[in-house]
Each structure stands twice: as structure tokens, then as C-alpha cells.
Design a protein around this ligand. Structure first.
Ligand code: HEM
Length: 215
């Protein structure tokens, strides 16, 4: 069987992570169409569904990225733990020296996993029926009716903050993994990661906030 080194596994985690950052940004730009109303939002969903086989290929790609990302992360954590127990391995990034975002990676990652399961049940796997004032607005109405419930909206916002925090740490880590971080570009990469994390959190959270305030 193919035996991968730790660095190769980290590289796979990094590349699949970047693929998911791409998906999260594309999904956010599509979701922003909610501000343009039901026609624009449902039209975009229809456009995606009409892609047929191409959509399924993209779904397969994102699912494969997700599974590889999780699988290799769990594998690396187990290997690290074993190495530390055996005292053969000095963990370079000791807990007390690592940032809060780093320490929260397992928590934010687990929240994202649970979130995605419930999110797919909310929208992808649900009947696309959303009745607002007696009229069925399809997927648009479903999103509005789901997120106007404050408990649902708050859980979404907590999940969006977890996505932002996870990506803030992960984005800069990829550059480190590939040896692309230097003393010179580090401050800029850290800033870019912060901007990405905050933009994702605020961009996505704006949707439940807008829905709660307007419906
Ligand atoms: C306010 C935030 C969000 C809203 C309103 C939203 C909305 C939606 C909707 C309406 C769908 C169903 C599309 C369809 O069946 O045509 C969907 C699917 C999906 N969403 Fe979200 N989403 C949000 C945040 C997120 C985030 C943060 C992630 C990832 C971390 C995510 C991951 C997914 C995935 C993986 C699918 C399945 C895509 C597919 O079946 O092709 N969503 N979302």
C-alpha cells in the first residue's frame, strides 16, 4: 500500500482545504443573491441543477476533498499523539505557544462537520417548498422560513464563526506547509488570513441577520 510521509499528508490536508475555501467563497457569492429576491436566488439554484453531470462532478470533488481533509487530519493527530506518548517526538508547536485559533481547530472543525450534516438536511435534502404569505417561493422561501427562526439563525451564526476561525488558521498554515511562508511575507499572509476569516464570518452571518430583521 502507498505509504505517505507526514509532510505529504499535511500537503493533502492543505490542498483539499484550499479547494474547500474555493467552494465556501463560491457558495457565499451565490447565497448573496438572496438579497436580490426569489427570482435571482431560485434562478441561480436552477442554473446549478441544470449543470447535471457537471454539478455531480463538482459535488464528488468537494465530498472527496472533505473526506480526505478529515481523514488525513485525524490520522496526523493520532500519529502526533502516539509520537508524544513515546517521547521520540518533540512537538514543535507546543500547546502553550500556539494561538487560540490553532487550539480551537478541533472544536471549529467538529462544529463545521455537525453543521454540514444539519445544513444538508435543512436545504439540499428537504422539499423545496417555502410558503410566505400564502405563496410558495420554493428554495428562497425555504431559506427564509428556516432562518427567520432565531434559534436556527443563532446556530447558523455560531457555525459561520467556526468556519471563519477555521479558515483564518488554515489559510496561513497552507503556506507554512508548502514552505512558502518567510519572515518577510508572514505579516501579509497573517493579515490576508484574518481578512478571509472575518469576511467569511460576516458575509455568511449577514444572511440570517437580514432574514431575522426583515421577515
Ligand atoms: C447563511 C449561510 C448559508 C446559506 C443560506 C446556505 C444555503 C444553501 C442552500 C439553499 C443550499 C441548497 C442548494 C440546492 O439544493 O440547490 C445549500 C447547499 C450546501 N451548502 Fe450552504 N448555505 C450557507 C452556508 C454554508 C456554509 C458555511 C457551508 C460550508 C461550510 C455550506 C455548505 C453547503 C453544501 C456542501 C451544500 C450542498 C451543495 C450541493 O448539494 O450541491 N453552506 N446551502
Amino acid at each position: 500500500m502507498l505509504k505517505l510521509s507526514t509532510i505529504q499528508k499535511k500537503q493533502i490536508v492543505g490542498i483539499t482545504g484550499l479547494a474547500m475555501v474555493g467552494f465556501v467563497l463560491a457558495h457565499l457569492s451565490g447565497n448573496f443573491l438572496i438579497y436580490k429576491g426569489p427570482e435571482a436566488f431560485n434562478g441561480y439554484a436552477k442554473f446549478l441543477h441544470d449543470l447535471g453531470a457537471l454539478l455531480w462532478m463538482m459535488r464528488a470533488g468537494i465530498l472527496a476533498s472533505f473526506l480526505l481533509h478529515m481523514g488525513f487530519t485525524i490520522n496526523l493527530v493520532i500519529t502526533n499523539r502516539k509520537a508524544r506518548v513515546n517521547r521520540y517526538y518533540k512537538y514543535q508547536n507546543h500547546r502553550s505557544e500556539s494561538s487560540l485559533a490553532t487550539q480551537l481547530m478541533p472544536l471549529s472543525g467538529s462544529i463545521i462537520l455537525i453543521y454540514i450534516i444539519f445544513h444538508l438536511l435543512d436545504f439540499s435534502l428537504a422539499d423545496k417548498v417555502g410558503i410566505i404569505q400564502g405563496i410558495d417561493y420554493g428554495l428562497y422561501g425555504l431559506v427564509i422560513n428556516t432562518l427567520k427562526d432565531p434559534i436556527h439563525a443563532v446556530l447558523y451564526i455560531i457555525s459561520m464563526a467556526s468556519v471563519g476561525l477555521h479558515m483564518y488558521h488554515a489559510f496561513q498554515s497552507v503556506f507554512q506547509t508548502f514552505g512558502l511562508m518567510s519572515e518577510k511575507n508572514q505579516p501579509r499572509l497573517v493579515l490576508a488570513s484574518k481578512v478571509l476569516g472575518v469576511a467569511i464570518t460576516l458575509g455568511y452571518s449577514s444572511i440570517p441577520v437580514y432574514i431575522m430583521m426583515n421577515f
